[in-house]
Ligand binder design. Structure first.
Ligand SMILES: Cc1cc2nc3c(=O)[nH]c(=O)nc-3n(C[C@H](O)[C@H](O)[C@H](O)COP(=O)(O)OP(=O)(O)OC[C@H]3O[C@@H](n4cnc5c(N)ncnc54)[C@H](O)[C@@H]3O)c2cc1C
Length: 503
């Protein structure tokens, strides 16, 4: 029999997971439905910075203030997932802003930074910059030194969802909502191949860039301005400081140490296709590399392993360049507009996800007549990182050498709602290192097959899915990436195992 919930949350990105957590913590019977996996969407493709975003200071100081405060909150409730990222903002001759102007600008940013435990900025001369990072171009004139915080977005979203579960929420991944009535939602469980229904008092559309499509299922309307952002990924950290630099059009792009890798990004281009069809273009790749080579010429010798693109679900604004569009958010009550009991939470940034959820849940509570107050900023969400441990001599060896993941990590991922091999990747980082899954994916597939009792055919299908997903990230950079890796992958999987995934 279909179950009745107070709240059905649609979307398991940072926003949806946080709404489910807040609702569950306030005692509401909550169901979270995600069409793929936690952090499958924009959340899993972002830069992972809990930043105030100094560049929004002139236009949206209230967003900078809220972001800095929320960065402080996330550092408290998810401390094991957060890391400090020292930045050098490089200045070259001919750049849009000189050192003096940036110094004045960052004096203002320092005031906001205190809320997130950021240190005051420093001004560095040419010699100091080259001492701090000898790989920076000798043409550099100086830099601003400041810091931001980074976070593992996959674990942040997963642990937020698991915290919701601990407080009584039901989590269902690979379940795509296909119809929303006034009190009933229908969804398709893609793994089991079943169409299911649940009843609700309030439905929350937290579908990020898919929010317009989800609203349409209820006969409601949400408008967004979608912009695509591309990153290139280097398989190791070349240096420990992040570098911010100007691209040829004066936009800021960054090289950010992230986990065991380094991200180069990002672009900001209007995107009109489905968010499921966001692929990096050759122009975006070249644009990013052009900026990076100017700032760090040694990067020419280092090959990125993949590129990825995500779509920002921004509020619609006309007459503005993509990067100037507001990063503010809105909680829309469609009931006021005569639609079903539907709320949409749209816009914003990953760093604001908890705050967005708090505002949405306040509205839900008002609708349901509940007086419980928000406590999501008070309780920690992070647990042990048990999947990444040192193997003792008597225990098992690594399943993934690049990311140091044990076979037990794959089993742990299953307990954390992984239903496919790609889900395991998001939880453990298998396949995200230098070999891009060549040496670990078949081992992980075997362990997963054992845990989920998969048929050999299904295990092979999932192996192919993971390799295809990794390959899709490699072809946009084929021109500038390592051919050895592609040849090896092709040799192992296409020639030896007859898996045609690299066509
Ligand atoms: C390149 C790039 C870099 C960024 N960098 C940063 C950064 O450093 N810091 C920062 O704060 N912000 C950053 N952002 C912005 C940030 O990533 C997003 O604002 C945020 O992650 C959006 O989260 P969300 O949960 O709203 O959407 P998503 O993460 O997209 O989640 C929506 C979910 O809904 C699911 N869904 C869709 N339709 C259905 C359906 N019918 N049924 C069930 N589920 C459905 C999707 O599968 C998806 O998982 C960046 C964005 C981009 C693109």
């Amino acid at each position: 029999m279909e179950e009745k919930y107070d709240v059905v949350v649609i979307g398991g990105g940072s926003t949806g997971a946080a709404v489910a957590r807040d609702c569950a913590m306030r005692g509401l019977k909550t169901l979270l439905l995600e069409k793929e996996d936690f952090a499958y969407g924009t959340t899993g493709r972002c830069s992972g910075l809990l930043h105030g975003g100094p560049r929004y200071l002139l236009t949206e100081p209230e967003i900078v203030e809220a972001s800095c405060k929320e960065s402080g909150v996330i550092q408290r409730i998810a401390s094991s997932l957060v890391f400090r990222v020292p930045f050098l903002l490089l200045v070259f001759k001919g750049d849009k802003y000189g050192i003096d102007l940036l110094d004045a600008y960052f004096r203002e940013y320092d005031r906001y930074s205190r809320a997130r435990g950021g240190r005051p900025h420093t001004v560095l001369g040419r010699r100091e910059v080259l001492e701090a990072n000898p790989l920076v171009s000798r043409e550099v004139e100086g830099a601003i030194g400041f810091d931001e915080f980074g976070v593992d977005v996959f674990r942040l979203t997963l642990l937020t969802a698991l915290s919701a579960e601990k407080h009584g929420a039901k989590l269902m991944t690979h379940c795509e909502v296909v119809d929303i009535g006034s009190s009933r939602v229908r969804f398709y469980d893609k793994v089991r191949g079943r169409l299911l229904e649940a009843r609700f008092e309030v439905a929350v559309n937290a579908a990020g860039p898919w929010a317009p499509q989800v609203a349409k299922l209820a006969g409601a309307r949400v408008e967004l301005r979608l912009t695509r952002g591309t990153h290139l990924i280097y398989p190791r950290q070349l240096f420990t400081t992040a570098i911010a630099m100007q691209a040829i059009d004066g936009r800021e792009v960054m090289l950010i140490p992230h986990q065991s890798s380094m991200l180069l990004g990002t672009t900001d281009e209007d995107h009109y296709a489905s968010p499921d069809e966001a692929y990096p273009t050759r122009d975006e790749v070249m644009y990013l590399l052009q900026a990076a080579y100017r700032a760090v010429p040694a990067l020419r010798e280092v090959k990125p392993v993949r590129a990825m693109a995500g779509v920002r679900p921004l509020l619609p604004e006309w007459g503005k360049r993509e990067e100037d569009v507001t990063r503010g958010f809105r909680v829309i009550d469609h009931e006021e507009l005569g639609e079903a009991s539907l709320i949409s939470v749209v816009g914003g940034k990953m760093v604001l996800h908890r705050l967005m959820a708090e505002e949405a849940t306040d509205l839900i509570c008002r609708k349901l007549g509940t007086r419980e107050k928000c406590r999501t900023h008070l309780e920690a969400i992070d647990g042990e990182l048990s999947w990444r441990a040192e193997p003792t001599p008597r225990s098992e060896s690594y399943c993934c050498e690049c990311e140091r993941v044990l076979a037990s990590g794959v089993k742990e991922a299953v307990r954390e709602h992984a239903r496919t091999l790609v889900d395991v990747r998001r939880r453990t980082r298998i396949g995200m290192g230098l070999c891009q899954g060549v040496s670990c994916s078949y081992k992980a597939a075997l362990t997963l097959a054992g845990e989920l009792k998969l048929s050999p055919r299904e295990a092979l299908r999932q192996l192919r899915e993971l390799l295809e997903e990794r390959w899709r990230g490699r072809w946009p950079i084929a021109e500038v990436s390592s051919h050895e890796l592609t040849e090896l992958a092709h040799g192992v999987y296409s020639c030896l195992a007859a898996l045609e995934v690299y066509a």
